[in-house]
Ligand binder design. Structure first.
Ligand SMILES: *Cc1c(COP(=O)(O)O)cnc(C)c1O
Length: 412
């Protein structure tokens, strides 16, 4: 008899974006003439930059020749890309990593979801709340989270990040966590962590023999030079942290698929005899078994963002989105809305007026100005009373959305 992995049955159906689509469609059926603007889903809208397109064409042409054909590549990724990453993303920040500490992947979602496989099932995990759902669900699948009660998993430590605590998660004092997920700049709140606050987490991990899984998918959006781009800017982090990066938000690769994970050789975890086990070695072993590499064409495309033209073009697209964010913050604040994030991240996290529930406000926005946002409660209990707007829209549509919100707020 083939038996199911019952942990999968514990998963809560996450219908956040499906529920949003359903409500938007119902609205459109009733109001066929309405022009709905989506500032909801976190996907980019601007095309790939010319340097990337050129590299993809070139790689495709190579594949059409016997000499230039590339079959299976190295599981860890091509050296040309790993070198470009070290040279451009880390060395300028004084971070020295080895080539074999970089693992190219098909995007950060896979690795943020899969990395927990290397850890014993009864580790106790901590997440900031609201949270990118992948961190929790991937742990539920292996049976690490307990049961779901009152909107929370019994065996997960939720660390609220809200306006009340300035979106700074508090270090747990009563029971220590073994594995902590941190995402900065944060999705969904768009807030960032200072070096001093991040240092507290690194020191906590070193002192308590905990592991930090650090998701830096949005680091390219950081504008403030004081904000860390990598956790390895903090001394000691290479002993206790794994970092996930992605070209998805950096360079519009959501449909191309390429990212990478840094697993320093100094990061170790214990076995029951107290031996220290290198995660770098285990992750390589895991990848060689379960992953056959990211396509050659995608890796050449990613390499192209590190050329002088590529860098300039990627910077311009990010500036475009951040101009949207600035406009959104300034308009929404001038209308009296309490807004967070949006300064070093492409997300604006807005408090709903008068404590309106997230879903209720979502509907008001849909039926009033016909603008779609994401209800904050969909990201966790501490997201109740907030909504998320993305700055990934086109300039024209973002401006139009703001005009409508302004009119609606002032006159309705
Ligand atoms: C978009 C996103 C990623 C990246 O996903 P990809 O699989 O690389 O496209 C990772 N983490 C967070 C928090 C994200 O929002």
């Amino acid at each position: 008899m083939a038996l199911v992995n019952t942990h999968f049955l514990n998963l809560q159906d996450n219908y956040l974006f499906a529920d949003i689509a359903k409500k938007v469609n119902a609205f459109k059926v009733m109001h066929p003439k309405a022009d709905v603007i989506s500032l909801g889903i976190g996907d980019v809208t601007q095309p790939l930059c010319p340097a990337v397109i050129e590299a993809m064409h070139k790689a495709t042409d190579e594949m059409a020749t016997a000499e230039g054909f590339h079959g299976y590549g190295p599981e860890q990724g091509y050296a040309f890309l790993r070198e470009a990453i070290l040279k451009n993303d880390f060395l300028p920040r004084g971070i020295h990593l080895d080539m074999d500490e970089v693992f190219i992947n098909d995007g950060a979602k896979s690795d943020t979801g899969n990395f927990q496989e290397l850890l014993h099932w009864d580790n106790f995990i901590g997440v900031t709340d609201p949270v990118y759902p992948v961190y929790i669900d991937s742990n539920v699948m292996i049976g690490r989270c307990g049961t779901f009660e009152d909107g929370k998993w019994t065996n997960v430590r939720y660390l609220p990040t809200t306006a009340e605590n300035g979106f700074v998660p508090e270090i747990p004092k009563d029971r220590h966590v073994d594995v902590i997920y941190l995402c900065y700049p944060n999705n969904p709140t768009g807030t960032v962590i200072s070096k001093a606050e991040l240092r507290k987490w690194v020191n906590y991990a070193l002192k308590n023999d905990a592991l930090i899984l650090y998701d830096a998918a949005y680091q390219a959006y950081i504008q403030d030079p004081e904000i860390p781009h990598s956790i390895y800017e903090i001394r000691g982090a290479r002993k206790c942290a794994v970092e996930f990066r992605s070209f998805s938000k950096t360079a519009g690769f959501t449909g191309v698929r390429c990212g990478y994970t840094i697993v320093p050789k100094e990061v170790t975890v214990a076995d029951f005899e107290g031996n220290r086990i290198q995660l770098n070695h285990l992750w390589l072993r895991r990848q060689c078994t379960k992953f056959n590499g990211t396509s050659y064409i995608s890796q050449r495309a990613a390499e192209a963002i590190y050329t002088p033209e590529g860098k300039e073009q990627v910077r311009a697209t990010i500036a475009y989105y951040m101009d949207n964010a600035r406009m959104m913050l300034s308009t929404l604040r001038s209308l009296g809305y309490e807004c967070y994030g949006g300064e070093n991240a492409p997300y604006i996290w807005m408090k709903t007026p008068d404590g309106t529930l997230s879903w209720k406000f979502f509907e008001q926005m849909l039926y009033g100005p016909n603008v779609v946002c994401t209800p904050g409660v969909g990201f966790g209990p501490s997201g109740e009373g907030y909504v998320r707007f993305t700055a990934f829209g086109s300039r024209e549509r973002t401006e139009e959305a703001l005009r409508r919100i302004e009119k609606w707020t002032k006159y309705c």
